[in-house]
Design a protein around this ligand. Sequence first.
Ligand SMILES: Cc1cc2nc3c(=O)[nH]c(=O)nc-3n(C[C@H](O)[C@H](O)[C@H](O)COP(=O)(O)OP(=O)(O)OC[C@H]3O[C@@H](n4cnc5c(N)ncnc54)[C@H](O)[C@@H]3O)c2cc1C
Length: 269
Amino acid sequence: MMDMGYGDYQLEAAVSKIHASEAAWYVCDEAIQILGGMGYMRETGLEKILRDIRIFRIFEGTNDVMRLFVALTGLQYAGGHLKELQRAMNNPVANLGVIFGAGTKRFARTVGLSSGPSLSEYVAPQLRDNAALVSKSIQNFGASVEHLLIKYNKNIINEQMLQRRLADAAIDIYASVVMLQRRLADAAIDIYASVVVLSRASRALEKNLSSAGIEKKIADLFCNEASVRIATNLSQLRGTQDLKNYSTMKAIAEEVLNNGGVVQNHPLG
Ligand SMILES: Cc1cc2nc3c(=O)[nH]c(=O)nc-3n(C[C@H](O)[C@H](O)[C@H](O)COP(=O)(O)OP(=O)(O)OC[C@H]3O[C@@H](n4cnc5c(N)ncnc54)[C@H](O)[C@@H]3O)c2cc1C
């Protein structure tokens, strides 16, 4: 994107940084595991690589902070659209087009008529099923962002950025906000990674490269697994039990913090 002269690539850069640094860690760790005891030994050379790549998840912006950036950028963008709609509602007669357009989109989504933005024209014909899967994820992602913004209002954006103190300890949104942003960011990362994988496989197929067959297999596998992860992450934005778990995590963290260390005693004394 930078080579093509786009000025707005920060989001893609953040997603790529998170995905690549975590994939590198996973691959090296698995390589050590496959080699067993020898993988752990200095002579094999992998333990040094593992130590060296551990820093990638920390420097150039820690992955936690990058995830916040990804989630908040998406929320702010969608928030702008909802604000526009809110403004239009103040003067419905003059803004019938905006209101009707938004209403039709939501209705189509609710009754399952819309399958999201179509990606099929951008991919090789052999990858159309995968493109439809990614389109569906994008659609669900949009609906989830909207749900978060309507339920939590601008607090979902402000809480991390402003580090505001709790106004009321009982308000659940503050307990959950970090986990919600994380789930959202992980879904966005998987969507973007799927699009990139499809783009790469499409090029291999269209150019009839000798590796096209395996690129297609990898794309099938990645898009299918990613769509399951995306659905899980998005469902965890709404699940009653998930929201309860986030509150419990916060309660445990608070106890540890107030205690200055581990709270529980060893049950055997
Ligand atoms: C070998 C090495 C080389 C380096 N080289 C450079 C360099 O060339 N240039 C440079 O500028 N810097 C460099 N750094 C610094 C590096 O960029 C920082 O260490 C990194 O940005 C993390 O900042 P921190 O260490 O202050 O961690 P902190 O900011 O204290 O973070 C500690 C932990 O809290 C998490 N955290 C912090 N804020 C939040 C939040 N709001 N929400 C959720 N989690 C949060 C972080 O993700 C992290 O896990 C280098 C560091 C190392 C170790």
